[in-house]
Write a protein that binds this ligand. Structure first.
Ligand code: NDP
Length: 289
């Protein structure tokens, strides 16, 4: 049976280290890392995500400032707020919670964030930096997934990695990170031919599809390390539950190690947001992370 990778435990340990680091930054440099979170509209899921992020900040001693705008706000208002946060030296990270209401252009808003405060790693500059292997802020979910993989496997050089999904926030940056780690990387998507066959080549299989239990047990190479990024809300046997993109029960007897849902990649995403905020705060003073 595959080892179940404890993402929650890893995230908790990372957050403990960050809490110590935040406390020494305060003492040694009079620096309190601060993230501004911008929430537009009343999407209930977005409210839950934001409140989880704010709670984590409190636990770590990171300052968080919430800015709420109505769903009817104009692009100028939102971009104006982002510009104001860009020029505020007390703010080190800016997060605009997605999705935005339809009348707002997400790309324009995200690219309005100063790259050095872009703790989600979504701006064109940080995206480009990752693609060419330069330093920048890296999207949180792929960064957290890579941390789990390196903790599990150590050196990833030469391993075959298959990433299923090519979104800008998960699939593509994940593939770039794995390439930097010297994996041989395949990106699969909805037009991929013989997806089961492609997945069976993977020593590392990352699923970021958004379809419940999509990856079957017999698609997995025996002993492979499986990172399940998917978070799908389903109703089963009359109760609501969260499941991943991998059929966990079928995958566990085949894989070498696998992340559960919940308790795998999810907690790493928030922990890496904290990590990026501390990184951005330190960089604002020329301190290395
Ligand atoms: P997107 O919907 O943006 O991308 C999904 C990708 O899956 C697309 O590239 C799509 O291909 C591909 N895909 C869809 N159907 C198939 C198929 N039948 N065969 C092969 N590929 C397919 O999703 P995200 O990347 O934003 O998110 C993916 C999952 O990860 C979701 O469940 C989301 O909830 C979860 N997530 C979890 C996070 C966490 O913290 N753990 C954070 C972010 C996301 P194509 O491009 O061809 O359409």
């Amino acid at each position: 049976m595959a080892k179940v990778i404890d993402g929650k435990g890893f995230a908790d340990r990372l957050c403990e280290q960050l809490r110590d680091e935040v406390s020494s930054l305060k003492q040694a440099h009079d620096l309190t890392p601060c993230i501004a979170v911008v929430l537009v509209g009343d999407d209930p899921a977005s409210h839950v995500y934001v409140s989880n992020k704010v709670k984590r900040c409190e636990q770590l001693g990171i300052e968080s400032r919430e800015h709420r705008l109505p769903a009817t706000c104009s692009a100028d208002e939102l971009i104006g707020l982002v510009a104001q946060l860009n020029s505020d030296p007390g703010v080190h990270g800016i997060l605009v919670q997605l999705p935005l209401p339809e009348h707002l252009d997400e790309n324009a808003v995200i690219n309005g964030i100063s790259p050095e405060k872009d703790v989600d790693g979504f701006t064109l500059l940080n995206t480009g930096a990752l693609a060419v292997g330069q330093r920048g802020l890296v999207p949180c979910t792929p960064l957290g997934s890579l941390m789990l993989l390196k903790d599990q496997l150590g050196d990833l050089s030469g391993l075959n990695a298959v990433v299923v999904g090519r979104s800008n926030i998960v699939g593509k940056p994940m593939a770039s990170l794995l390439l930097q780690e010297n994996c041989t990387v395949t990106i699969a998507h909805s037009r991929t031919r013989d997806l089961p066959g492609v997945c069976r080549q993977a020593d590392i299989l990352v699923a970021a599809v958004g379809r419940p239990r999509f990856i079957k047990g017999d698609w997995i190479k025996p002993g492979a390390t499986v990172i399940d990024v998917g978070i799908n809300r389903i109703e089963e046997d009359g109760r609501k539950r969260l499941v991943g993109d991998v059929d966990f029960d079928a995958a566990q007897p085949v894989a070498g190690a696998i992340t559960p849902v919940p308790g795998g990649v999810g907690p790493m995403t928030i922990a890496c947001l904290m990590y990026n905020t501390v990184t951005a705060a330190k960089a604002s003073r020329g301190l290395d992370h």
